[in-house]
Ligand binder design. Structure first.
Ligand code: RIB
Length: 299
């Protein structure tokens, strides 16, 4: 079984402020950092740090994207399917971070939005039945990618972040596992009164991981329900916490762990990540996650 993450790679410019900038306001930041991010890149790094072997596919600008490829390679991710594009900048994110760790993000798709159907055909030629395809919502041609992956018999895992109307163009009935937060579940249920019930009922053969911030997370598949409490830490920057969770959850499962174990390790990894600034750079090594869990147990 091979894992393919076809996803975004972004240059993240983070500005630390005491509040989000409002209309008409000009605010000085305490600090500015440039780091590697993008939901795709972050999730590939987290998968690799959880111990899984992962191939990343996507696109960067030839002029500015080398640093993104290098960050993936340093984490042990196979980057042979990342294209370097002429005349297109890499994707980027302008991130405001406030003292309680919350963020507000503006994206520019750049090379992430230059992924074509021809690219997808070339990449998927190397994958087949039972291989895993992980996707987020930051690259172009996603409906085509899902169609072709389904035809090839791949298992499709969707983290629909950032959620927007484009989600309705995707063949969601092909998704085997949804990883969503409560707001995303609500939107996917068309804001039903009982969103999780309605959402899970709409895709009866899929499995679901619903994250609920400080209230923990739940895995649902048919009659099976597995829950995990959140670990409480002091957050400095929540950017990339969801990506860390996704990568560690899937990485633990791929390594043969149970769903309960995967939820526990993923929740701990996300908790460690929010105590550090940045997205890709805040993702812990597996040993750090295990040390956090041991320390938590000893409390
Ligand atoms: O999930 C965090 C990520 O969202 C950031 O790294 C940023 O690039 C945006 O894609």
């Amino acid at each position: 079984m091979k894992i393919l993450n076809y996803g975004s790679l972004n240059l993240d410019y983070a500005y630390h402020l005491d509040h989000f900038v409002r209309a008409g306001e000009t605010e000085a930041s305490f600090a500015r950092t440039m780091a590697c991010g993008g939901k795709g890149l972050n999730q590939s790094i987290a998968l690799a740090r959880a111990g899984a072997s992962v191939m990343h596919a996507g696109a960067v600008g030839k002029m500015d994207g080398e640093v993104l490829i290098q960050a993936l390679e340093e984490a042990g991710v196979d980057t042979s399917l990342v294209r370097r594009l002429e005349d297109v900048p890499s994707g980027s994110a302008f991130i405001q971070v406030i003292p309680n760790g919350e963020n507000a993000i503006i994206l520019n798709g750049g090379a992430n939005h230059a992924v074509t159907e021809e690219d997808i055909d070339r990449v998927l030629a190397g994958f087949g039945k039972d291989d895993w395809l992980l996707i987020q919502n930051e690259i172009s041609s996603l409906p085509y990618l899902m169609e072709k992956a389904h035809e090839a018999g791949m298992k499709i895992i969707l983290n629909p972040s950032p959620m927007n109307e484009s989600i309705w163009k995707m063949p969601l009935e092909y998704v085997d596992l949804f990883l969503v937060n409560e707001q995303e579940a609500s939107m996917l249920s068309h804001h039903a009164e009982d969103p999780i019930r309605e959402f899970t009922r709409s895709y009866p053969s899929a499995a679901f991981v619903i994250t609920r911030g400080s209230k923990g997370c739940t895995y649902l598949h048919g009659e099976e329900t597995v829950s995990q409490d959140a670990f409480h830490v002091t957050a400095v920057d929540t950017t990339g916490a969801g990506d860390t969770f996704t990568g560690f959850f899937l990485g633990t499962l791929a390594e043969g762990g149970s769903v309960q174990e995967a939820l526990r390790i993923a929740s701990a990894a996300a908790a460690v990540s929010v105590t550090r600034p940045g997205a890709g750079s805040s993702i812990p090594e597996k040993e750090e996650v295990l040390a956090f869990l041991n320390a938590d147990q000893a409390k």
